[in-house]
Design a protein around this ligand. Structure first.
Ligand SMILES: Cc1cc2nc3c(=O)[nH]c(=O)nc-3n(C[C@H](O)[C@H](O)[C@H](O)COP(=O)(O)OP(=O)(O)OC[C@H]3O[C@@H](n4cnc5c(N)ncnc54)[C@H](O)[C@@H]3O)c2cc1C
Length: 205
């Protein structure tokens, strides 16, 4: 098990994975969940078909993932909620998860703390906004909607930009993926799977 090793190159003929830290590993069959676009860039092999695939055709959305750790009373209306979608245009976030409702272990003291996991599409954020500005505009929206009550204080913040957030279907996807995935399996024993591994998400959560 090689934890924390970033794959830099894969030689599918000698079946060798080269990691960024200089280490290598041999395999018989390779199961990968990295984005298929990255996989194609990692493959080091003279293969005209693989080289002909234009990875810029693969569409995706990008998002900021925010976390708010909150001290204060939970708002009654949201006490039992797992997650909710917010399609309203004026709100920066599109989905909120009341994380402490999954486990009280995600907060220091469930009698006074609760937590939100917030997803914000990149397009809902003004270009060039800093992390602090993104946190502030979301806090403001949460306070205005009443999801965070006036007696609550945000005591911890988290923010991370996910360039690859959701795979977006595109017109030639089935054609490209339908040929590419079995090709990699049959010719190189590489099995690419998962959210971005085969670029299909519609049937998942
Ligand atoms: C904020 C958020 C909330 C979500 N909530 C839910 C939910 O409530 N319910 C639900 O069912 N799903 C949810 N999902 C979706 C779920 O997390 C994903 O669908 C699932 O994790 C996808 O699994 P995967 O194995 O396909 O990909 P990932 O979990 O993305 O795994 C891909 C792995 O490949 C690694 N990798 C990439 N490139 C390299 C490289 N060069 N070298 C080495 N490793 C590499 C990455 O580090 C990563 O660990 C959520 C996703 C997000 C972002």
């Amino acid at each position: 098990m090689h934890l924390g090793h970033k794959v830099q190159q894969i030689d599918p003929v000698s079946k060798t994975v080269h990691f960024e830290n200089g280490k290598t590993s041999q395999y018989e069959h390779l199961l990968t969940t990295m984005p298929i676009t990255n996989l194609l860039q990692c493959l080091s092999v003279e293969d005209e078909y693989l080289k002909s695939i234009d990875t810029s055709e693969f569409l995706y959305s990008s998002a900021y993932i925010l976390g708010f750790g909150i001290e204060g009373p939970q708002v009654e209306a949201y006490k039992d909620i797992s997650w909710a979608y917010f399609p309203e245009k004026e709100l920066p976030f599109y989905r909120v998860t009341w994380l402490h409702n999954y486990s009280d272990k995600v907060v220091p003291d469930i009698s006074k703390h609760w937590s939100l996991l917030i997803e914000v599409n990149q397009n809902s954020v003004p270009k060039g906004a800093t992390d602090q500005e993104i946190l502030d505009m979301n806090e403001k929206a949460f306070r205005e909607t009443g999801i965070i009550g006036p007696d609550c204080k945000i005591v911890s913040y988290f923010i991370r930009f996910l360039k690859l957030s959701y795979p977006v279907p595109f017109l030639k996807r089935e054609e490209i993926i339908g040929k590419l995935v079995p090709y990699l399996e049959d010719k190189y024993q590489i099995y690419t799977r998962g959210r971005f591994g085969d670029w299909i998400y519609e049937f998942s959560n």
